[in-house]
Design a protein around this ligand. Structure first.
Ligand code: CUA
Length: 158
């Protein structure tokens, strides 16, 4: 069968791209263990204040886990608790967050942390803060008239 050389090149490019994509996906899923966030962690949104760990928002040192600290946030219209928090430089932190009312966002500006906080569900993200400074947390899900005022901050201190 005769094939034009451009057609051949495109076929090779197409199949090559597909193989690269599947390899990246496979390594990410099976070697690095990346998975879509599960919806298994649930909470009664009306009892957030009485449910651990959300009864004590803020930073807590933990032992015997893959991370050094747990950073608990509760979002509600139109604020986060805590309103600001200090995190030691270089610490591996698991951020655990939920909302008491409507859907809120949880974006840490200047990082790749960007979660949606849904009532009844717990959102988690493990990260290491390896740059000192102030990180602004903003809500990026429209949640009402005070949406634009909703913020918190993480201060990474040496
Ligand atoms: Cu909370 Cu927008």
């Amino acid at each position: 069968m005769h094939m034009h050389k451009f057609e051949k090149a495109w076929l090779i490019f197409g199949i090559g791209s597909l193989l690269v994509f599947l390899t990246v996906l496979g390594v990410s899923a099976f070697y690095l263990g990346n998975q879509p966030p599960s919806c298994l962690a649930t909470i009664d949104p009306e009892k957030v204040d009485k449910t651990a760990p959300f009864n004590e928002p803020g930073l807590k040192k933990v032992e015997g886990k893959d991370w050094d600290y747990e950073l608990v946030f509760v979002a509600s219209a139109f604020s986060y608790s805590p309103a600001s928090v200090e995190v030691p430089y270089g610490a591996k932190v698991k951020i655990i967050a939920t909302t008491k009312d409507v859907v809120h966002g949880f974006e840490v500006a200047g990082s790749n942390i960007n979660m949606m906080l849904e009532p009844g569900y717990i959102s988690e993200h493990i990260t290491t803060f390896d740059k000192a400074g102030e990180y602004l947390i903003v809500c990026n899900e429209y949640c009402g008239v005070g949406h634009h005022m909703m913020s918190s901050k993480i201060e990474v201190v040496k």
